[in-house]
Design a protein around this ligand. Sequence first.
Ligand code: UD1
Ligand code: CA
Length: 451
Amino acid sequence: MQARTCLSIILAAGEGTRMKSAKPKVLHRIAGRTLLGHVIDATAGAGASATAVVAGHGSQAVMEEAAAISRGASFHIQDKRLGTAHAVLSAREAIERGYDDILILFGDTPLVTGETLLAARQRLADGVSVVVMGFRTGEPDGYGRLIETKGRLTAVREDKDCNDEERKITFCNGGLMAVSGPAALDLLGAVGNDNAKGEYYLPDIVEIAARRGLRVEAIEVQFEELLGINNRAELAAAEAIWQDRQRRRFMLAGVSLQAPGTVHFSHDTKIGPDTEIEPNVWFGPGVTVAERVRIRGFSHIEGATIAAGAEVGPFARLRPGTEMAEGSKIGNFCETKKAHIGAGAKVNHLTYIGDATVGAKANVGAGTITCNYDGYNKYETHIGSDAFIGSNSALVAPVTIGDRALIAAGSVITRDVPADALAFGRSHEQTVREGKALEINKRNAARKSAK
Ligand code: UD1
Ligand code: CA
């Protein structure tokens, strides 16, 4: 199997008008990854060694995305949308390079798995020339039907071309196929367009191959893997399926999710075992969580690395560049960005830490703000290990607080504080006027009763 070469051809020349979008359909995203990206990932999972993307005119953005994901992907323009077989032939140059296996996929069908594609390739390795990915459904309207004669696949008939008897068939064509590389151009070249839509249908190669005595087969695939996306509702449905799969994968790998349906992952989220995730947590791109981490409810996390035994939230917002060392804590209503939180350090309440480092075991009090931006430039704050920052302090960057230093509550700190020092940064020492409160309260009460 490994010795066999494989080209994947991804059809993406559809206009996607039902998305009502300025953006090509295959660039819409599921779990933060484009539909095209998901399809390319699946082909990589099936061991495809080359990728050819077929797109319509003006698909510069599709080309860029394909090149970014799969270096060396070739790109082919289908001038006129004359059908799926015509679309595949737009990638003739790629096919002519010569591959053992060819996988044909749709850019708008992102949930197909590498395992399914690999199973199809295995049939090619066993000597089958055309493998159709089929599914069974109680509602076959609109799909091509798999026509079997004496239990063997002999043709695929598009819905519009079916007679009444054929229309009753519930075994349908999912659209995706695996085709023997050496046979592909011959078969595709024999496809005509004498049908209801006047299009060159890719599934016609099934009948052509069968007539030539080549082996053709359907493998049955779960319907959700073949779900094509045409509008935003289907996009959301595919997102839901993807998220469910991912939740299950994590749970089976040792991650606890109390309310799985409320936790949303990105395509690249990594989480270690014995990590517990409370309800309503959102993971954006670029998050890596180690083992034994506790992520409490309503936290929003992106571009962050969280080490073992750390605790996040509830209601924490971790923005890109956040790194939490072992056993550190970021608590409720805290926001961090480009921040390294040292081992065992605590940032527990109502705090903003940006462009900063917090030393091991430092304690950052409630309401502390690193003032990192002057409206033009960003500056850094460094807090030493075991330092204690009193509540409601403003640390005006650039500034460094030494190890074990104490910052009095309510301070505005504009200059560096050395190790082991105590710093007060309030405008005045506290003033106390004995009995003054009594006088003010009396006056206010009198005003109230005079009304
Ligand atoms: C196709 C199958 C049908 C199957 C169904 C499953 C054909 C002829 N029919 O129908 O048997 O049941 O999928 O969903 O293949 N595309 C191009 N250029 C073209 C035409 C299509 O790039 O000229 C692309 C589209 O962007 C799309 C894919 O090919 O990604 C499938 O085309 P679509 O028109 O959606 O085919 P269906 O009518 O759904
Ligand atoms: Ca379709």
